[in-house]
Design a protein around this ligand. Structure first.
Ligand code: ACO
Length: 376
């Protein structure tokens, strides 16, 4: 059916606001955070530097970086009543549901951090520091592990690995995690960031904005795709079955998760970097099963549909090799993207304009009101 005139379904190609935070060149396959190419950041920086860059618009010097790391370390711990609340949630719940609920509940324990405005930077740092602790608390409880220690000396990447997996990570594992966090930290006006900005544009608080964003990220067309990629790989099983399974899905007009993108018309640069890390970590663990399956899936999907991989194609294979269960993949995405969400919310507060688009009405008008007793 033809689109009603003037409606941009999915707000595709609509330029909704100006931002200095992130630039995507979808034709050249480039991603820029505050002026810096993602390839340089992934090769040379850390998640802490990137979070600072997103919030303050410049890379930190050594003192500023140490201060931020110190702050992350000191505000990592969860308020005990929130630990109790997480412990009362069903262990079968999806960790994204736990995360959304916990972020929302956290606001109630720290009212001074929740005020909208420039002071929200404290809340941005608190939320970024604390998200791994929320995931760890839930996961450790379902595994019967004791409460996690905050370990202020650990970077966010090392803490995430340590807190969830309950072991000391190696240098290579920590670097792989750090790169994954850098790559996921921001992506312009993606659906979850837009949701955060819409919430912030009503002058609501940072915690409400991040709660909206977590709920939006959960969907399989957005952050939830990485978990579905691993389900696909498990369904495929062996490289000989790739052709048959992928063909079957495409002929039934099913989507292959981890492919396609609203903005990139070529390969997502984050997929290029994560592909390499999937191979590196696979070699280190002596397990290239997922890497080889994914290479084969890429070949078939590109040949059949001309689609390129997005960030979600390889991230799950890296997380899985590191030891994370599949239902934590999207929450790990959130633990990184929270830096970008909060940077966008801070930017929204600086140049506030209520985000309120309009709809083209295609329903009826002037229907005669029928009293309830006369309705069929
Ligand atoms: N598998 C199969 N076909 C696809 C895929 C896919 N992954 N992606 C797009 N297509 C096809 C569509 O079926 C459609 O074909 P048609 O014109 O014959 O109907 C065409 O490509 C255009 O698709 P749209 O949905 O209009 O493209 P849109 O820009 O809206 O979609 C999206 C982007 C939602 C990401 C889509 O590519 C998709 O569903 N991918 C799979 C889910 C995924 O990996 N999401 C993660 C995205 S990255 C992120 O959010 C972190």
């Amino acid at each position: 059916m033809a689109e009603p005139q003037g409606v941009q379904r999915g707000l595709q190609d609509v330029v909704a606001l100006e931002s200095r935070i992130c630039f995507i060149d979808g034709r050249q396959g480039r991603l820029i955070y505050q002026g810096y190419d993602i390839r340089d950041l992934a090769a040379r920086s850390t998640f802490e530097e990137v979070a600072y860059l997103l919030w303050y618009g410049r890379l930190p010097n050594a003192t500023q970086l140490e201060e931020l790391k110190g702050r992350f370390g000191t505000v990592r711990a969860l308020p005990p009543p929130l630990v109790d609340q997480i412990d009362r949630m069903p262990i079968e719940a999806h960790p994204m549901d736990i995360l959304r609920t916990a972020v929302s509940a956290l606001a109630g324990f720290e009212p001074e951090e929740t005020r909208p405005g420039a002071s929200s930077i404290g809340g941005a740092q608190r939320l970024t520091a604390v998200l791994p602790s929320i995931l760890a608390q839930f996961h450790r409880r379902r595994k019967g592990l004791p409460l996690v220690r905050a370990r202020p000396e650990l970077s966010q990447a090392a803490y995430l690995l340590y807190a969830v997996l309950d072991r000391e990570p190696t240098e290579l594992e920590t670097r792989a995690m750090d790169v994954a966090l850098i790559l996921h930290a921001d992506h312009e006006l993606n659906a979850s960031t837009f949701a955060a900005r819409v919430t912030a544009s009503t002058l609501s608080d940072l915690y409400s904005a991040v709660t909206s964003a977590v709920g939006t990220l959960k969907g399989p067309l957005h952050g939830g795709a990485n978990e579905r990629v691993m389900e696909l790989l498990d369904e495929i099983g062996t490289p000989e079955r790739v052709e048959e399974i992928v063909h079957g899905k495409l002929s039934r007009h099913e989507r292959i998760m981890g492919f396609g993108h609203r903005v990139y018309k070529v390969e997502d640069p984050r997929a290029t970097i994560l592909r390499e890390w999937s191979r590196k970590v696979g070699e280190n663990k002596g397990d290239l099963h997922y890497y080889e399956l994914l290479r084969r899936v890429e070949e078939v999907v590109h040949r059949e549909k001309g689609l390129y991989p997005n960030v979600d194609l390889y991230s799950g294979s890296v997380y899985s090799l590191l030891g994370f269960p599949a239902d934590l993949f999207t929450p790990i995405f959130a633990a990184s993207r929270v830096a970008g969400w909060t940077a966008h919310v801070l930017e929204e507060y600086q140049d506030l304009r209520l985000i309120r688009p309009t709809a083209k009405y295609v329903g009826a008008v002037d229907l005669p009101y029928v009293p309830i007793g006369q309705r069929s």
